[in-house]
Design a protein around this ligand. Structure first.
Ligand code: ADP
Length: 217
């Protein structure tokens, strides 16, 4: 279990904080807004009202003991930057921050933020990619054109083997696993017979997946 702190409990920060709690981590949430802190107090490990531009208030939170601090302050760029400068001076090991502009990104990178997130742009790209490939439930980019994608087998797949379906793509697309009603089969062989609604996790180059994924639906 990792310890996370999320600074700024707006839409983005609170969504991250709640999801981290769901995945079994310990999360401290911080915001200046008492209404937000009260709203999430029962759902987070700890929730504190504090102005993170106030060095002393921030120091009292002991954030250097956390694995990652996520600075999720939106519009107030100055508050975000001042907070990161303080966190750096306390020796917080890993800092992630949300950026709302190119200039903010440049400064955050310069002061040593480990990962800078642009939620609107990143989500926009994801949504566009999902719209282009609606048969794909979800995907991960591995770089160099490699992707892992999740596809749900359609009714037409009932009883067909992986080999029957993938044919020419057998060499280019690997079926990493098939999940059927909670049961997982890892690296199923080519004669594995599919059922409708099986979840398949495929690995391959985008081009090969573009041909293979639609065959499963
Ligand atoms: P979102 O788009 O994710 O909703 P917001 O800008 O609305 O982003 O949310 C940012 C949150 O950060 C707000 O809840 C705000 O109260 C909080 N915040 C802003 N400045 C500070 C600060 N100095 N200290 C702590 N929290 C802050």
């Amino acid at each position: 279990m990792a310890q996370f702190a999320v600074i700024g409990l707006g839409r983005f920060g609170s969504a991250c904080a709640l999801e981290l709690m769901k995945t079994g981590h310990s999360v401290l949430g911080v915001d200046t807004n008492p209404k937000l802190v009260n709203k999430y107090a029962d759902q987070l490990s700890r929730a504190v009202i504090a102005d993170v531009t106030d060095r002393q208030a921030l120091e009292e939170l002991g954030l250097d003991n956390y694995d990652v601090v996520l600075v999720a302050i939106g519009a107030d760029i100055e508050a975000c930057l001042v907070c990161v400068v303080h966190l750096k001076s306390f020796g917080v090991p890993t800092i992630w921050a949300k950026a709302t502009s190119h200039a903010q990104h440049l400064i955050l990178a310069k002061i040593g933020v480990n990962r800078i997130i642009h939620p609107e742009e990143e989500m926009g790209i994801r949504v566009a990619q999902m719209l282009s490939y609606p048969m794909v439930n979800d995907y991960i980019t591995l770089g160099n054109g490699d992707y892992i994608v999740e596809v749900t087998a359609s009714e037409n797949m009932n009883g067909q083997t992986i080999k029957d379906v993938l044919r020419e793509q057998m060499d280019d697309v690997q079926v990493l696993l098939v999940k059927r009603r909670g049961q997982t089969t890892t690296q199923p062989n080519a004669d594995f017979a599919l059922h409708a609604k099986d979840l398949l996790i495929l690995l391959g180059q985008l081009q090969a997946l573009r041909t293979a994924a639609p065959k499963l639906v």
